[in-house]
Design a protein around this ligand. Structure first.
Ligand SMILES: *[C@@H]1O[C@H](CO)[C@@H](O)[C@H](O)[C@H]1NC(C)=O
Length: 210
């Protein structure tokens, strides 16, 4: 789904932005405040992007499911939803890996997507202490089902260094220790274990907008 998004900015910075962009005043209405005093809606030249991942088997032939990514504008967070089944109850590391290559039981996906050469860490960490691909843990219930509902400020579906499009998602056998395991592996992989399932981050139904 591609649609124009509207951001609210204060009137001063929007005037400045419009002046810098050389836009005509016809595209800017100082009278419509969107119910927020001093703030005006600014129509931004961006469209929402969504992606989906259909998981295929890695070392497990029981894990399946889909993961969805959605981002309204380049400076907005990415919403991650989805449902994965066939897991053992408890936590499992979930990461974006570098390559869109699922062969050799997901090993073709390579390492965690880490364009800034940061150490591995928690999803809530800043960019200097997590890989872009570090999405933390998902938690499966006693039926082995994990419902995903993650908001992430680092990954992006828009062109740029943190763009995860055409990379892959891997679900791991173990809990990600989030870089706090006190050993070398912890700062690389979170000791999240084997690759249960993986999938390529592909456009969701509609062509990708930019
Ligand atoms: C995919 O990954 C496998 C396993 O690591 C590797 O042998 C193969 O060359 C990769 N394919 C491509 C197109 O990179």
């Amino acid at each position: 789904m591609c649609r124009t998004c509207i951001d609210y900015v204060d009137s001063y910075s929007s005037l400045l932005l419009l002046a810098l962009a050389g836009l005509s005043s016809a595209q800017f209405s100082p009278f419509s405040t969107g119910g927020r005093p001093g703030r005006v809606p600014l129509r931004q030249p961006c469209t929402a992007v969504s992606a989906r991942v259909d998981l295929v088997s890695g070392v497990s032939n029981q894990v399946s499911g889909a993961v969805f990514f959605y981002q309204e504008c380049p400076d907005h967070p990415v919403m991650i939803t989805g449902r994965i089944s066939g897991l053992s109850p408890g936590k499992h590391g979930l990461h974006v890996h570098e390559h869109p290559n699922l062969t050799d039981q997901c090993k073709g996906a390579g390492g965690h997507f880490n364009p800034f050469q940061s150490p591995h860490g928690a999803q809530t960490n800043g960019i200097d202490s997590r890989h872009v691909g570090d999405l933390g843990n998902i938690e499966a219930n006693f039926d082995g089902i994990a419902e995903l509902n993650i908001v992430d400020d680092i990954i992006s579906l828009f062109p740029g260094e943190a763009d995860i499009f055409r990379r892959s998602v891997v679900v791991h056998s173990d809990r990600d220790d989030l870089g706090k395991g006190g050993n070398e592996g912890s700062l690389k992989t979170g000791n999240a274990g084997m690759r249960l399932a993986c999938g390529i981050i592909a456009p969701n139904n509609s062509p990708r907008c930019s």
